[in-house]
Every structure is written in structure tokens, then in C-alpha cells.
Design a protein around this ligand. Structure first.
Ligand code: IPE
Ligand code: IPE
Ligand code: MG
Length: 251
């Protein structure tokens, strides 16, 4: 089966560690807003509001560090299990920060992208999001990917369904289905491979985020609650990444 293995990219060749290198693609599971608020005897929405400020700081840190893509898990396909009030607060905050930060995205040359199924948030918010994606499409300093109503298992199931339909319709020989065929149908298909995945708040799980894409990502778990995350915490994660040795199955 060795012949079916794709050749390693230059950054993946034997003996080439991540040493000294800046990850091209960093993703973050921004967790701990609720606990941050509870510790201050505040409503959960105050934690989400403070979390949005952490998004601003982190985006700026990513721009300054030369990271190409920052992917943020903002709402999972399982977060609908929360109360109607909390979901509505989160939608309101998304809208508010989108309006407030659009100028910053333009000034810092940040291109907004979405993954997941954000249409479920309703026409008004969805159209505004799409418009922001359109307005920032030519920015080239950082790609900010926001995962909205995203679930990795659903994403992979969607790819399987598309392949099965093509095979049923005679447009695809099932024998030709390989890793690239599935990857090409994921929401992240045009993004560089995920290098570093960070989760805040002390939880050590992936919660249905980028399961396929994390195959060879470096994982970084910190106890910091998301609203307390800042440039120093981001740079510390990049520093640890630079000390890791990536092997990709080689020696
Ligand atoms: C992450 O913080 C934000 C979202 C999932 C939208 P949480 O709201 O999950 O905070 P905790 O985990 O309850 O502290
Ligand atoms: C993951 O956090 C989702 C986001 C950060 C948007 P959760 O708080 O929803 O994850 P679990 O429920 O603790 O696994
Ligand atoms: Mg949580």
C-alpha cells in the first residue's frame, strides 16, 4: 500500500521539525466563557461578551505573528442543546461584533471565511455574514475562518453523501475514492493543512471539531478560560509549536 501514500510536503520531510517555524494554520476551540462568568457571579452572556474581546486580541496576535489561517470554533452543531436564551444571546453578539469589527478586518487586511452551516442562524444574520465574506474576499494578510453551526462528523458525512450520489449517478467510480477525494469535499478544502489546534479552559477533548483535519496537527491544551486568552497566551502556544518535532509517520 505504500504506493498510495502521497509524497510528504517539504515541511513534512524526515528530520524536519517544526523548530523555529510559524504554523501556517492554527485553530482554536474557544472554551470557558460560561465558567469565566460564573466565577464572577455574572450571567453567561457576560462571558461570551468577554470572549469576543479575546477574539479581537487573538486575531491581532495572529496577524502580527505571520500565521496565514486562524480557524475559530464559535458555535458547534451540538450547541443548539443550550437554552433558547443563550443561543439568542450568541446570535445577537455575533451580529454586534460583525458590525463593529468589519472595519478592523479591512484595516488589517483580514479575509473572513465561514465553515459549518451558518444558514441555520436565520436569513438576516446569514446574509450579513455572507456580505462580510464578500467584502473582505480580496484581503490577503490573514484568513479568519469562523466555524458556525459546525460539526466535523456532519461535515464528513456530507462528503460521503456527495460521493455516494456521484457514484449512484454513474459520474464516479467508487474504486477511485481516496483521501484526496474526501478532503476535496470538506469545508476546509481550500485551506492549508491544520498545523496547531489549541483548546482553552482545561477540557481535553475535540468536541467534534476538525476531526479529519487534526490527523497530524499538534495539540495544545491550556487551562486559561477563553475570555482570559491574550497575545501572550497565543505566542506561548506558537513557541511550544516551534519546539515540537513533527514526524508524520516517518522516523
Ligand atoms: C465557549 O464557552 C463558547 C461556546 C461554546 C459558544 P462555553 O459557553 O462552552 O463555556 P463553558 O464551557 O460553559 O465554561
Ligand atoms: C466546543 O465547546 C464548542 C465551541 C467552543 C464553540 P463546548 O463547550 O460546546 O464543548 P463541550 O460540550 O464541553 O464538549
Ligand atoms: Mg464549554
Amino acid at each position: 500500500m505504500t504506493s498510495s501514500l502521497p509524497p510528504l510536503a517539504p515541511s513534512e520531510v524526515e528530520g524536519n521539525s517544526a523548530e523555529g517555524s510559524v504554523p501556517r494554520h492554527v485553530a482554536i476551540i474557544m472554551d470557558g466563557n460560561g465558567r469565566w462568568a460564573i466565577r464572577r457571579s455574572l450571567p453567561r452572556v457576560a462571558g461570551h461578551r468577554a470572549g469576543a474581546e479575546a477574539v479581537r486580541r487573538t486575531m491581532q496576535a495572529a496577524v502580527d505573528s505571520g500565521v496565514e489561517v486562524l480557524t475559530l470554533y464559535a458555535f458547534s452543531s451540538e450547541n443548539w442543546r443550550r437554552s433558547e436564551d443563550e443561543v439568542s444571546d450568541l446570535k445577537g453578539l455575533m451580529r454586534f461584533y460583525l458590525e463593529r469589527e468589519l472595519g478592523t478586518l479591512q484595516k488589517e487586511k483580514v479575509r473572513l471565511r465561514l465553515i459549518g452551516e451558518p444558514a441555520a442562524f436565520g436569513n438576516e444574520l446569514y446574509e450579513r455574514l455572507q456580505q462580510a465574506v464578500e467584502e473582505t474576499r480580496d484581503n490577503d494578510r490573514l484568513t479568519l475562518v469562523v466555524a458556525l453551526n459546525y460539526g466535523s462528523q456532519g461535515e464528513i458525512a456530507g462528503a460521503a453523501k456527495a460521493l455516494a450520489r456521484a457514484a449512484r449517478d454513474g459520474a464516479l467510480d467508487p474504486e477511485t475514492i481516496d483521501i484526496a477525494a474526501i478532503e476535496g469535499l470538506l469545508h476546509t478544502c481550500d485551506l492549508p493543512p491544520l498545523d496547531l489546534l489549541i483548546r482553552t479552559s482545561g477540557e481535553v477533548r475535540l468536541s467534534n471539531f476538525l476531526l479529519w483535519q487534526a490527523a497530524y496537527a499538534e495539540l495544545h491544551f491550556v487551562d486559561t478560560l477563553w475570555p482570559d486568552f491574550d497575545e501572550a497566551a497565543f505566542n506561548s502556544a506558537l513557541g511550544e509549536f516551534a519546539r515540537r518535532q513533527r514526524r508524520f509517520g516517518g522516523r
